[in-house]
Design a protein around this ligand. Sequence first.
Ligand code: HEC
Length: 506
Amino acid sequence: MDKSKKSSAFKKIIYTIIVLLLGIFAGYKFFSPNSGEIPLPVTNALYRNATSNNDSTALKKAKEFTGKIFEVKNGDLIMDAVKEANPGDLIRVFPGTYSETVYIDKNDITLQGIIQNGEWPVLDGKKELNDAFLYSGNGIHIEGFKITQYKGNGIMGQAGNNFVIRNNWIVDTGVYGIFPQYGKNGLIEYNTLTGIEDAAIYVGMCDNIDVLHNEVFGNVAGIEFENSRHCLGENNNVYDNAGGILAFITPGLPIKTTYDIIIRNNFVNNNNHVNFAAPGSTVSGIPSGTGILIMAADDVIVENNIISGNKNVGILITDFENGGIKASSDPESDPNPDNIVILDNLMVNNGYEAIDDIKAAMLVKLTTKGPDIFAIGSGTGSTIKDKNKYVTFGLGNYGIPSITTSYDVKSFLLDEPAEHRDITKKQLGEFTYFGVCSGCHAYETRLIGVPINIIQMIYKDNPEGMIEYMNNPKNLRDDYPEMPPQNYLSDEAKKAVAEYILTLKK
Ligand code: HEC
């Protein structure tokens, strides 16, 4: 046997061992939601299932339960209980099928699905409703639901701090699965998500978020940290998406940076699903077969992950320009990835069918296979431990890391709850626009809906008319589909977004 054959035989053995290990983990249902019955809360509903790495955080501390308990049974509306609940109350939802959007604009409400004899409460949007849960309150906890057939989001938060989203199944809920936007101090754990057209778990414009023990497969993007800081993605099983785990900046949003992200102890395997994102969306450009993507984010640590079988590349590190984004579109966002730290990871069999650009770049190394790690574009201060362990490209200026591990950070959750966040009217308009409308509307270009500059001409000085249209959209144009009603938004949010859209500039 010559040397190269030996090493490829060795790789095969390692790969087989990994696949076997994965099977064993799956057998233990390490990642899956827990389907046992949930007992009545003696203490705070949260504490019982405390599982995160740092049990001293505010989201984990035992509190005596003093609230009222509401029970929602098959045939009732969850929303009716929410309307009556006060801060500190617990809403227990029994098995059954609920077809509604639950809108929560109060603080400190826990929604707990009760699982009995393997039966779950199911929220079914029947492909007619946009969102299952839409919260804007602080201290919202949502656990124990199966959510399916929505068109927009499974669980979306707008500006709520101190949230817990745990042990839910989210299947085919449209654009996003779990999408906290502009929240601080939140925990997303033990959820299973599949069939999502954009990001399954989308941490957008958030701070101090732990994303732990989720199983995420069959989506366009698995887990996404966008314009967010101090986030930990750990112990997740991310497979069969087009892109596995992403940390990046989207220019043009109110929060301009992504930094201090730890991606640790995850399985990131075989993310080779076809990219089925809506044309024109940010994630539609992610090449299928991308394990981890880091674009323009800073201070990202990648440690102790198993990254294998991603056909394009294991880890892709890029600036805006090479990521296909015009840096000039937002001068306030730094376009380069700086201080990326790659520590020990196990990477095998990545890049076996890379996109043409990567293949072309690899030709200088006399191979047409993609690498484990591909870095392109500008950026400074990045480092890697044991570079020669991997097939790499573009890491010429990477030095040796000054740290050997990231374990001094166990969690980014806060020891005390973050102050409740109340947003101004202008922010409410801005966030509603970016959270809801910008999925289909862009300023000058045609996405699914009409460009905003045309809307501005039609509704100039007439925000009331736009609200009317949001409530009762009609199909006005032959070459566009009908817009889904946006009447689930609060009156306040509708007014704010209409006014925001009319002042939006390019
Ligand atoms: C799922 C995609 C989608 C989402 C989300 C969406 N829209 Fe639309 N919107 C459309 C489509 C499609 C049209 C064109 C409908 C037509 O002309 O028949 C449209 C048209 C419009 C119009 C033009 C109406 C007119 O008189 O010509 C306005 C105003 C509008 N949308 C506002 C909004 C606002 C505000 C939001 C966010 C709260 C929003 N849309 C979210 C798809 C969407």
